[in-house]
Design a binder for this molecule. Sequence first.
Ligand code: 5GP
Length: 190
Amino acid sequence: MTNGKLLVFSAPSGSGKTTIVRHLLAQPDLNLEFSISCTTREPRGEEVHGKDYYFISWDEFKKHIKAEDFVEWEEVYTDNFYGTLKAEVERIWALGKHVIFDIDVAGGLRIKSKFPNETLAVFVKPPSVDELKRRLKQRSTESEDKINMRIAKASVELATAPQFDTIIKNYDLDVAKEDAYKLVKDFISK
Ligand code: 5GP
């Protein structure tokens, strides 16, 4: 394999995309590696630097923007920046693996527009905004304000779903995991 594929999973937070991405990463036949993003937000819960994210300062983030090190970056929430380094994609391709991304909708669509032939862009659709709210509150790793910020953004993000290559409905997690597995398996065998 010269260059691997890019599997983008985007959705409002609380849609279950992270669970689906983790499930796919656990399937050895898919040969996937997680794209670790840079972020300026604080680590949450058990998150580990260099595994879940590269947690960096705003100064470092700015340096990467200036040096054009990012494939894409976004201020996903006010003062919280997230970005994918070109070096991260190259690192994974050098391992002979496909890259899987858990990124926001704008970032996901940007990757698709930069690498149209290599990318499968998947939108994970939650059952409803109420269900999103319930899941975010259950996760309870964040303040009420931050949860409300995520919910406000969700409606805008849901409207972008038709721009993706495909939509997975996450109404039943086991069904969604299986749908995702089949989609990825099919895409990487092309
Ligand atoms: P969280 O703070 O919940 O980990 O992530 C917030 C949002 O930022 C999620 O939708 C997540 O997928 C997205 N995100 C994570 N990494 C990146 C990235 O590198 N670029 C973009 N555009 N979004 C990202």
